[in-house]
Write a protein that binds this ligand. Structure first.
Ligand code: ATP
Ligand code: MG
Length: 653
């Protein structure tokens, strides 16, 4: 059912309503996380369609990640607008490039290679006369992608990189420029393009062909951009080509959530929107509808720590919730086990697993969590931005399915797919082990779910029909969604929300990541923490571990936690040495449960007027300290008086 116009508007606050009802001028929304930006634009589209201002087929909504695009589509479906196009910049560009290429250029658009890393390794290997190691390769991929989306051609790269102080570990800018050049040629030789070329091809087609541009502008007359703070110069160029000179454009974003500037994103397109469009309506939202007061408090502290320039403070509308949990674990695997126990408890309390997420900085952190969740029997869905369809097992399975496509019709499609996947080693039950076997199983299970979904939507579908949809998904990189706890990088979590979120690995070297050194890079890492905190509706867990599984250097808690996590050191140290101390924060006495104001005097696990004597609680505290002291010479574990202590002791029992 299509909601009534009044209902659509009644679901919005006055500022959001302005976003949904202001047509005829460019609209720009600058607002913090959880303030309803995405809600405002989906309602704008639905409202525009309901009053006849918009033709649903003439609306193009764009965002950055495939999950965010899926989220937009889901919300639009819920508002009775299933036909509106909601895509990533890449998938919109790819469709247009594929569609217009034959007539404009002749032949098909070259294939988008899924071997980008392989091509880059080859180009670098030839230039340097030696194999590049994986870290350098990653840096090269990021850097050359940055150059492409920033409109920097190979010939100009070195000069610009030197002027801009850009450094790719181990290779000088001239060398990088040459590798970039070789990489571009290699693709031409192989007849393929890469992910960034898709945007370049679309931009070239639209710039050079007036008829193509005119047709696209006739097709999409209403443009909406979510997460606009992460637009790159190339995406901005594409947007301008789509727009023409009569823009019906609405952009929304949060400068504090820019997390792709290393890849060329510029929040200035958002913050200076009104300069480029002097007649624009700029709307600000401050009410946070997503999260509890406690979660919003942490988010505001992260913003405050970033300095007064980040002034937009969020005002929680969500009511009270549980206190965020700060935990120091002994090691990464201990941390993962604790997170798994926390999640299992929330699930027992009735939170569906799909409403929970574990978010981390880099993909390499996921195996510890896969293992811990498997052994705690918590279902999970691994979300890798590396691309589901690029995984080896998925490619092999698709290859096998293609092999069947010619034969494919005396059995029903689901059985055919099941048979092929079984041939690839898939079983209905997950394997008992973890790690790679489990990951492979997850991929094949997800592929099977995709096939079942497809048959649900198209009961008459045959194998070629299914393969065509999978190919389309592979091109657009729509990873399948599952019903388990989400495991995701912070980058891929943007724009999404869960009832409970665990932010893990919050130690120096991981967040901020070791390679982030300059003030700009560090600021971006801190914005990642802000993005992470603001994904939680109600339950928030933040943890770190001083040592990695398998040894290595001892690491300190993330500097971004300073002033955010409960201050633990002073009381702990003082009490350990038998001295008196003053609590710096409002705390609860561990022994009598009395709340204490900052400045209260503490001694040996008790405050001055604590009624209790040395009872079993006190004794347990001392035992716990000893354990901690032995393990952690320099890193005090936790405060005697905080809730975290209670938790840790409850666990130790
Ligand atoms: P992000 O910056 O993380 O993308 P956002 O600004 O896009 O956040 P939304 O995802 O649109 O925020 O909204 C956050 C949550 O608050 C959603 O669950 C949404 O349904 C809810 N919400 C937004 N506005 C309102 C409102 N006026 N009344 C009730 N709930 C709202
Ligand atoms: Mg949003």
């Amino acid at each position: 059912a299509v909601p009534e116009t009044d209902d659509l508007l009644a679901a919005l606050d006055p500022e959001q309503r302005a976003v949904a009802t202001t047509f005829g001028v460019p609209v720009c929304v600058i607002a913090g996380a959880g303030t309803g930006k995405t809600r405002a634009i989906t309602h704008r589209i639905a409202h525009g369609c309901a009053i006849g201002a918009y033709d649903p087929l003439a609306v193009l909504a764009v965002t950055f990640t495939t999950r965010a695009a899926g989220e937009l589509r889901g919300r639009l479906r819920g508002l009775g607008q299933p036909r509106v196009q909601a895509r990533t910049f890449h998938s919109a560009a790819l469709r247009q490039a594929q569609y217009f290429w034959p007539a404009a250029m002749g032949g098909e658009l070259p294939r988008v290679s899924d071997q980008r890393a392989g091509l880059m390794a080859e180009a670098a290997g030839r230039q340097l006369n030696q194999r590049v190691e994986s870290g350098t390769l990653r840096d090269l991929l990021t850097e050359i992608s940055w150059a492409k989306v920033s409109n920097v051609p190979p010939a100009d790269y070195a000069e610009l990189a030197i002027a801009g102080g850009r450094e790719v570990a181990a290779i000088d800018p001239t060398g990088v420029g040459r590798i970039y050049d070789r990489y571009e040629r290699l693709k031409v030789d192989r007849g393929v393009i890469d992910f960034d070329d898709v945007l370049l091809c679309a931009v070239a087609l639209l710039s050079d062909h007036d008829d193509v541009r005119a047709q696209v502008r006739r097709t999409y007359r209403h443009l909406v951009v979510d997460e606009y703070q992460d637009v790159s110069p190339l995406q901005q160029k594409l947007l301008e080509l789509w727009l023409g000179d009569q823009p019906d454009l609405c952009v929304v974003g949060d400068p504090a959530q820019t997390i792709h500037s290393f890849a060329g994103a510029r929040s200035t397109y958002l913050t200076r929107f009104a300069v480029r469009h002097p007649n624009a309506e700029v709307i600000r939202l401050v009410r946070d509808y997503r999260s509890t007061t406690q979660v919003v408090d942490v988010a505001n502290q992260v913003l405050r720590a970033r300095g007064p320039a980040e002034g937009v403070k969020l005002v929680a509308q969500g009511g009270e919730g549980p206190a965020p949990i700060f935990t120091q674990a002994d090691s990464e695997s201990d941390e993962a086990a604790r997170v798994a126990a926390w999640l299992a408890q929330l699930i027992r309390d009735g939170v569906p697993p799909a409403d929970l997420a574990v978010l981390y900085r880099i993909h390499a952190q996921s195996p510890a969590y896969e293992a811990a969740l498997s052994s705690a029997k918590v279902p999970f869905t691994l979300r890798s931005s590396e691309g589901f369809f690029q995984r080896q097992e998925v490619r092999t399975a698709l290859h096998a399915l293609r092999g069947q496509a010619g034969a494919a019709p005396d059995d029903d499609l689901v059985n055919v797919v099941r048979g092929v996947l079984a041939g690839a080693g898939w079983t209905v039950e997950p394997p008992s082990g973890q790690g790679q076997a489990r990951e492979r199983w997850e991929s094949l299970a997800a592929l099977f779910t995709l096939a079942v979904d497809h048959v649900g939507r198209h009961p008459d579908a045959d194998l070629p029909h299914l393969l065509a949809e999978l190919d389309e998904r592979a091109r657009a990189e729509h990873a399948p969604s599952g019903a388990g706890v989400t495991l995701s990088t912070l980058h891929a979590a943007k724009g999404l929300e869960w009832t409970g979120v665990a932010l893990v690995g919050l130690q120096e070297g991981t967040l901020p990541f070791a390679l982030a050194q300059s003030p700009d890079q560090l600021a971006e890492e801190q914005r990642l923490l802000y993005v992470g905190v603001t994904r939680a509706r109600k339950h928030l867990w933040l943890s770190w571990a001083p040592s990695r599984t398998g040894g290595g250097q001892r690491r300190k808690p993330s500097r971004f936690l300073d002033g955010i996590r409960p201050e633990t050191e002073p009381a702990h140290r003082a009490v350990r040495s038998g001295k008196r101390a003053k609590s710096r924060h409002a705390v609860t006495c561990r022994v009598c449960g009395k709340p204490l104001a900052p400045g209260a005097e503490l001694k040996l696990g008790r405050h001055a007027d604590c009624p209790s004597s040395y009872d079993e609680h006190t004794w347990e505290l001392l035992r716990e300290w000893r354990r901690q002291e032995a393990a952690e010479a320099n890193l005090p574990a936790f405060c005697v008086f905080t809730d975290a202590t209670l938790m840790a002791i409850a666990e130790a029992r």
